[in-house]
Design a protein around this ligand. Structure first.
Ligand code: CP
Length: 296
């Protein structure tokens, strides 16, 4: 594929070859060099990890990276996303990583014959976050060596989470067993096709992975204040008491940024079984694999 916008069309072999490539880069296999190729990362929504790890991945692959800040660009004068991409492409850009608040913003780009540069989805509204999903898969595979039968609890603000959507779809395809947890108004109905709903107390001693999600305050039109303070942690989050009940080899994941003390107790963010920092490290290698797979 020339673009990387969702994992919907990826089968098990495609995913495994991306994960193996990412792991090989992590373990110092020589990396291909894309000297003379240009990337630009266009983030219309805030980001630290995705933006900077794509930039790191591009630089490790020898690409030149141009800076682009929508708030200082002609987007502010009303230039459309399509015209922005057409413009950057005409300057000689080969790869554009885009994060945008519109779900499936990329369709107008990849369906156009005029857009010839590669488009990578860095997150589309509450739609998909496929590069996060790949780094999550890499982290789970690194830990368990398989997806088949691995029990994963996805807990928290599932309804607003593009990470949850991407992960539930691909993890199910790869043979993981899924469970969901969180406040009813944050869980929605989509996940019912992929697994069972349980309370966090029923799940913590049953699963291999507790994947917590950030409460996405910015996507909530209305929010009950009780949901965002310590009572959220007590009812739906990962407390020390719950962590104590997890299997010896079970791990904690979170795509971050973390609301410490809301989805998870502060001290657990960097505890032994937490893979939250490793997820961020793996993100660079997963993104190198993505870029290589579409430019190669
Ligand atoms: N996990 C994630 O997408 O983080 P950023 O919003 O900081 O990129």
């Amino acid at each position: 594929a020339r673009h990387f916008v969702s994992l919907n069309n990826y089968n098990e072999n495609d995913i495994m070859s991306l994960i193996k490539k990412a792991l090989a880069y992590k373990h110092n296999l020589s990396v291909p060099k894309y000297k003379g190729m240009y990337a630009v990362n266009c983030f219309f929504e805030e980001s630290t990890r995705t933006h900077k790890s794509f930039e790191m991945a591009e630089k490790k692959l020898g690409m030149d990276v141009l800076d682009f800040q929508p708030s200082m660009s002609s987007v502010r004068k009303g230039e459309s996303l399509y015209d922005t991409v057409l413009t950057l492409q005409s300057l000689g850009i080969d790869l554009m990583v885009i994060r945008h608040s519109d779900v499936a913003y990329y369709n107008q780009l990849i369906d156009s014959e005029s857009i010839t540069c590669s488009i990578v989805n860095g997150g589309d509204g509450a739609g998909q976050h496929p590069s996060q999903s790949l780094l999550d898969l890499m982290t789970i595979y690194e830990e368990f060596g398989t997806f088949k039968g691995v029990k994963v609890a996805i807990a928290g603000d599932i309804l607003h989470s593009r990470v949850a959507r991407s992960n539930m779809q691909i993890l199910k395809k790869l043979g993981a067993e899924l469970f969901f947890s969180g406040p009813e108004e944050f869980v929605g109905t989509e996940c019912q096709t992929y697994g069972e709903y349980r309370s966090i107390d029923e799940l913590v001693d049953q699963v291999d992975v507790v994947m917590l999600l950030r409460v996405q305050r910015e996507r909530h039109i209305q929010q009950a204040s009780h949901e965002l303070d310590v009572s959220y942690l007590a009812q739906y989050g990962l407390t020390k008491e719950r962590e104590y009940r997890m299997h010896r080899k079970a791990i904690i994941m979170h795509p971050a940024p973390v609301n410490r003390g809301i989805e998870i107790t502060d001290e657990l963010v960097e505890c032994d079984r937490s893979r939250i920092v490793r997820q961020m490290e793996n993100g660079v290698f997963a993104r190198m694999a993505i870029i290589d797979s579409i430019l190669n």
